[in-house]
Design a protein around this ligand. Structure first.
Ligand code: NAD
Length: 497
């Protein structure tokens, strides 16, 4: 527990750990009228837990508690915020193996990936602990003698944090930590598929010394709980990560009611491989970017744009290496790729496999349902070749272990194909040619660019941002996210009277 001067420490009774895990509202654990079961995608006989489903009434109570807690938290000393966030980060890091195991069990990413994500969530809290101390605002020289001109940054108010299922600890961390660091109060709505990690995180936050109401957890489905939270007039800002469809629809409603928003959405990320690349390195990068976490990453390399001189070697090595990837239980030692997250997601992926074949792409490997010792949503990673940029498999986000190779004649053509997309999240290039790298970095239309690295995988303290249909609003993470979590107030003052 952090020692927090200046705030009334929360006296939350420790919640029941058997039975239904409750929501956290106004400093208390509250059972829902309804509950949802959380199923292990590696073994569908394994129920990870049962989690309360918030009602419209719970949304109302959580927002009103966050609103009531806001003035006190917003005006409290920076040291208090820093201590609370540091305590949360310390506990997450100390428990990263246990939290990672839970994450792998409920979401299906491999245990090493899941433990790394838990560690990253802890590091994010620690990073924003320090951000709490950073000087805010700016001063200008006024045109008028004796007038002080400053720009202050003030907290927004109540922030709604709505998160997807694919990073159940890291994405909530990079929304909740800065929201609190910059003096806002939070209502957190995790994805319905992964309440376990969200609940474990909330349980840590609940004991860290925040005033009652400063942080609230509402579990449940997007269409009811998420929509009600986003629409609430007392929610000053919504930080959302999820699909482009939901983000754009929800965003239109937030705009209409005058709310702020930060939307991180889908991707269709290109990895360009040029003739001078080392095929072994290029295929390792493509596999890491396209298939780790079963391709369920917004930054996954789903379009592999390969120039003619290396194309055939690249494809040959990809197929060889992909055949060796072990798809199995996420928590089994030696597993390279876990199951996909749910049956409906796998059905969508299989549909895209058929779409790709119907469109005339060649399925070089994968795309098959796999049977393992435990019943789960297993799918072999798929690679299409002879893909064209206008095919649906090259234009729509699949968000699963499916990638397409597009052959390009030249670097210029590869770049044009890379930019020919509605999305603009991450983009990568594999080459030793410095002039090409410089041109690529200046020309690629993406929020994040990677050179001789996978398109997925960013430093925890770096900003995260996209363009076109991938993002809306200021970046997440890093110091840059202050732009979203605070509002400017421009002050002209003649203090001398
Ligand atoms: P999703 O859009 O279905 O859901 C995201 C969140 O929004 C969930 O909490 C969901 O319950 C909630 N939600 C759903 N409908 C809602 C509504 N009408 N109003 C308010 N909230 C609602 O996305 P998902 O399936 O959970 O996640 C996959 C998507 O997330 C992919 O498109 C992926 O690219 C994207 N993603 C983006 C980033 C990024 O930073 N750009 C990172 C991870 C995932």
């Amino acid at each position: 527990m952090a020692s927090c001067s200046g705030v009334s420490a929360l006296s939350a009774p420790h919640p029941h750990v058997t039975g239904v895990r409750p929501n956290f509202i106004a400093g208390s654990w509250r059972e829902g009228a309804d509950a949802l079961e959380n199923v292990n995608p590696s073994d569908t006989r394994d129920i990870v837990g049962t989690y309360a489903r918030a009602s419209a009434h719970d949304v109302e109570d959580a927002v009103s508690a966050a609103k009531a807690a806001f003035p006190h938290w917003a005006q409290g000393p920076a040291g208090t915020r820093a201590e609370v966030l540091d305590a949360i980060g310390t506990e997450i890091i100390a428990r990263k193996d246990e939290l990672g195991d839970l994450l792998a069990r409920e979401e299906g990413k491999t245990l090493p990936e899941a433990v790394a994500e838990a560690l990253r969530a802890g590091q994010i809290f620690k990073y924003f602990s320090a951000e709490s101390y950073r000087a805010e605002g700016a001063t200008y020289r006024s045109l008028r003698p004796g007038v002080t001109l400053e720009v202050r940054r003030e907290p927004l108010g109540v922030v709604g944090a709505i998160t997807p299922w694919n990073f159940p600890l890291a994405i909530p961390a990079w929304k909740i930590a800065p929201a609190l660091a910059f003096g806002n109060t939070v209502v957190f709505k995790p994805a319905g598929l992964v309440p376990g990690s969200a609940w474990a995180l909330a349980e840590i936050i609940a004991r860290a010394g925040l005033p009652a109401g400063a942080f609230n957890l509402l579990m449940g489905q997007g269409a009811d709980v998420g929509a009600a939270l986003a629409a609430h007039p007392d929610v000053a800002g919504v930080t959302f990560t999820g699909s482009t469809d939901v983000g754009r629809r929800m965003g239109a409603e937030i705009f209409a009611r005058g709310g702020r928003m930060q939307l991180e959405m889908g991707g269709k990320n290109p990895l360009i491989v040029l003739d001078d690349a080392d095929p072994d390195e290029a295929t390792d990068l493509a596999i890491a970017g396209a298939f780790h976490s079963a391709g369920q990453r917004c930054t996954a390399s789903s379009r592999l744009i390969v120039t003619g001189g290396i194309h055939d070697t690249f494809v040959e090595q990809m197929v060889e290496k992909m055949a060796r990837l072990r798809v199995d239980d996420a928590r089994k030692s030696g597993t390279d790729i876990g199951p996909v997250v749910s049956e409906p997601q796998r059905a969508i992926h299989l549909d895209y496999v058929h779409v790709g074949e119907r469109e005339g792409a060649v399925r070089a490997i994968g795309g098959d349902i796999l049977a393992r010792a435990t019943p789960g949503w297993y799918l072999s990673p798929a690679l299409f070749t002879s893909a064209r940029p206008d095919m649906r498999i090259c234009r729509e986000e699949i968000f699963g272990p499916i990638a397409a190779v597009i052959r390009a004649g030249t670097y210029e053509e590869a770049l044009a194909v890379a930019n020919d997309t509605d999305f603009g999240l991450s983009a990568g290039i594999v080459t030793k040619n410095r002039a090409r790298i410089d041109h690529f970095l200046a020309s690629v239309q993406a929020g994040m660019a990677q050179v001789n690295l996978p398109t997925a995988g960013m430093d925890f303290h770096a900003p995260f941002t996209g363009r076109k249909h991938s993002s809306f609003g200021p970046p997440e993470k890093g110091s840059e996210c202050r732009e979203f979590f605070t509002v400017a107030k421009v002050v002209h003052a003649a203090y001398g009277g």
